[in-house]
Design a protein around this ligand. Structure first.
Ligand code: ATR
Length: 278
């Protein structure tokens, strides 16, 4: 039996078991099982040891442990190193437990799909202006895909966290970031991304007014949240006539790369897969 887990706290709402078990069945991996487990911070070392010993074959990490898991790992991939965010663990041939970040891939693949003409993970934002709301756990994974943007504007309720992210990104070679006070907006941008947790509860609203985007069909308003399917941020954008996208495809693409890492099978994301999450 090969055993996989997603760990987090809370974890009840995770859809990772649904998607991974679906793919395991679809690709005839009959002795594979994927479960969710609520853990505490003090359990993290033990989870990593279970991968080392072969008791577990792979683990996904979700909130709030994507950074906290790092001290227990033997090795990180470059994205995980830069973003200090790990969402997938596996054991390498030499026994080392490696932490990788597949959220970066998840975000960039989902945008490629949406923006016409974009063909690769680096070209889709080339020369574009991008407005990023938030500077939380997932934000570095998004900003990391934006190296070719003309300009990245970041705003966060706690400005200091946006400044910290800008400093981190400078170490990756990014010179195109400007931090704005919360409530301020840049010129019209090509992509506006909500990376805050505002909207997870249906009634929540960012209270930022984007009325200058009325009837703008070019700008993509993207929310990393996928449950609820349409946050107020996206609803308002849709009613203004903007393009919108929620975090569902990002979730699927991050899962796809994790699955491929563990099984060497790149699962297809077809309509059946997409509708599983509806
Ligand atoms: P997670 O662990 O889910 O990534 P996080 O790292 O705390 O959570 O990030 C949540 C993000 O949502 C942060 O950018 C946070 O802003 P602060 O840095 O000021 O905390 C943002 N956020 C949460 N509640 C918010 C609110 N009511 N208004 C604006 N931003 C909010």
């Amino acid at each position: 039996m090969k055993k996989y887990l997603v760990i987090g706290n809370p974890i009840e709402h995770s859809l990772s078991p649904l998607i991974h078990n679906y793919w395991m069945k679809k690709y005839n991996l009959i002795d594979f099982i994927y479960e969710k487990r609520k853990v505490e911070e003090e359990d993290l070392g033990n989870i990593v040891d279970q991968i080392r010993s072969g008791e577990l074959n792979g683990v996904n990490i979700t909130v709030p442990f994507k950074k906290k898991i790092i001290p227990f790992l033997d090795k990180l991939d470059d994205y995980a190193k830069d973003t200090q965010s790990v969402n997938t663990l596996y054991k390498q041939f030499n026994g080392q437990v490696v932490g990788i970040n597949t959220d970066v891939h998840g975000f960039s693949q989902s945008v490629i799909e949406k923006i016409k003409g974009a063909t690769s993970r680096v070209s889709e934002h080339s020369g574009k202006n991008i407005f990023v709301l938030g500077a939380g756990g997932v934000t570095p994974s998004i900003v990391h895909t934006l190296s070719l943007a003309n300009k990245i504007y970041i705003t966060n309720r706690t400005k200091e966290n946006a400044e910290k992210l800008k400093n981190e990104a400078t170490k990756w070679g990014f010179r195109n970031i400007e931090v704005l006070d919360w409530g301020n907006k840049p010129q019209i941008c090509d992509l506006v991304v909500n990376t805050t947790s505002v909207g997870l509860k249906r009634e929540e609203n960012l209270n930022l007014n984007f009325k200058e985007y009325k009837n703008n069909k070019n700008t993509l308003f993207y929310d990393v949240i996928y449950n609820p399917k349409e946050t107020n941020f996206l609803k308002e954008a849709r009613l203004r006539g903007n393009k919108t996208m929620n975090g569902k495809m990002m979730f699927l693409y991050q899962a796809q790369l994790a699955f491929d890492t563990w099984t060497k099978i790149l699962p297809r994301i077809d309509n059946d897969t997409i509708s599983l999450l509806d």
